[in-house]
Design a protein around this ligand. Structure first.
Ligand SMILES: *Cc1c(COP(=O)(O)O)cnc(C)c1O
Length: 363
């Protein structure tokens, strides 16, 4: 037995398992497992990263991400002083738990909520409080009912991964109203750019509610196609950002990543293309799979959760079959969804290939 003990909670963590990227013996895999963008990043972002690297990697990056925050602020109409950048938005989720919770505190998350939440909660020794969902959708009344005097924070992915479901602006407002003012509501809007629903809102207005108790996290990993650059950001109240700035890594976003993200956020054509591609494919892919007998949870993200009529055994068989044809999707048994697979929207050719293999599987 190792004599040195970690802090409370850490041994409760099931380590995060990333989507596979390789299959033994297969040269060209189709990876539809990690919600990466099939369009890749804006060419301007790649160019900016290369130039930043050429300019001298011996120099530390700007610790304040000044140009990037200015660009985000300009594009979204937000005050850059209320924007914080990070090494992926996952870093922010960790910092928020660390900044506000400790042993004995409780943090609420949803049954099929993003799996990073229980990790961040256990990492600080706080108690994860899981709230059941209805129809794979966060339950506002359930969350409110789960609050205790020890509740410090609520994590809500909107839209959520891996379900793709979302809460309307009115529902999120109702959630905020139902929580004590001293509970921090963390709205993880990693997929906000993909959503077309009129009744959806990422939550910036709630941040400005005057109570300084709501923060919205965003990412460059999804629609911007920059998952490899590791850039996230959040819009939050100054008092919350102050806490995060105190505990974040000083130089948490590399020079290449700052340059890439700054160029990416300004390339609105590229974002529009990625969104259009997704809006075309999510319904098409969903319908095609439903025609094969599957049940697809309506998704607002760049992925769909497809449930197999034959349950976990069939889902696993389909996963094995897809792999044998060089296609990697995401098993979600770790979410207690073993009867489903999460499938990321790929390029036209990748989606066609996926559907053709699935068709073979079902016939
Ligand atoms: C992909 C994803 C993120 C983004 O993580 P990064 O660290 O920014 O790459 C955050 N939240 C959810 C729900 C996600 O699916």
């Amino acid at each position: 037995m190792h004599p040195i003990k970690p802090r409370n909670g850490i041994l409760n963590i099931t380590p995060y398992k990333a989507g596979d990227a390789k299959i033994e013996g297969v040269a060209n895999v189709i990876k539809l497992a990690s919600n990466e963008s099939p369009l890749g990043p804006s060419p301007a972002a790649v160019d900016a990263a290369k130039k930043a690297a050429d300019a001298g990697l011996q120099l530390y990056p700007d610790p304040a991400c000044t140009a990037l925050r200015a660009a985000i602020g300009e594009v979204h109409g937000l005050d850059p002083t209320q924007i914080i950048c990070s090494g992926g938005s996952e870093e922010l989720l960790h910092l928020l738990a660390k900044g506000y919770a400790t042993d004995g505190d409780e943090i609420i998350y949803c049954q099929y909520g993003f799996i990073a939440y229980p990790i961040t909660i256990n990492a600080v020794g706080a108690t994860p409080v899981m709230v059941s969902e209805d129809n794979y959708t966060a339950n506002v009344d359930g969350i409110i009912a789960a609050v205790t005097p020890r509740t410090k924070l609520v994590n809500l992915a909107n839209p959520n991964n891996p379900t793709g479901t979302y809460l309307t602006k009115a529902e999120v407002q109702r959630l905020r109203n139902g929580l004590r003012d001293d509970i921090l509501l963390v709205l993880d809007a990693a997929y906000a750019e993909y959503v077309e629903q009129d009744d959806y809102d990422a939550g910036f207005e709630l941040v400005d509610n005057g109570l300084e108790n709501t923060i919205v996290t965003r990412t460059f990993s999804k629609i911007y196609g920059l998952a490899g650059a590791r850039v996230g950001w959040a819009y939050g109240p100054p008092s919350v950002l102050d806490i995060l700035h105190r505990i974040r890594g000083t130089f948490n976003v590399t020079v290449m990543s700052q340059a890439a993200a700054t160029a990416a956020v300004r390339d609105r054509d590229h974002v529009a293309k990625a969104k259009a591609h997704n809006l075309k494919w999510v319904p098409e892919m969903s319908k095609a799979l439903e025609d094969m007998g599957m049940t697809v949870t309506p998704s607002q993200g760049n992925f769909i959760l497809a449930h197999f009529p034959g349950g976990p055994e069939q889902a696993q068989a389909a996963d094995t079959f897809l792999r044998s044809k060089g296609i990697i999707v995401r098993p979600v048994g770790n979410y207690d969804l073993a009867g489903a697979l999460r499938i990321t929207i790929g390029t036209d050719a990748e989606n066609d290939a996926l559907l053709s293999v699935m068709k073979t599987f079902f016939t």
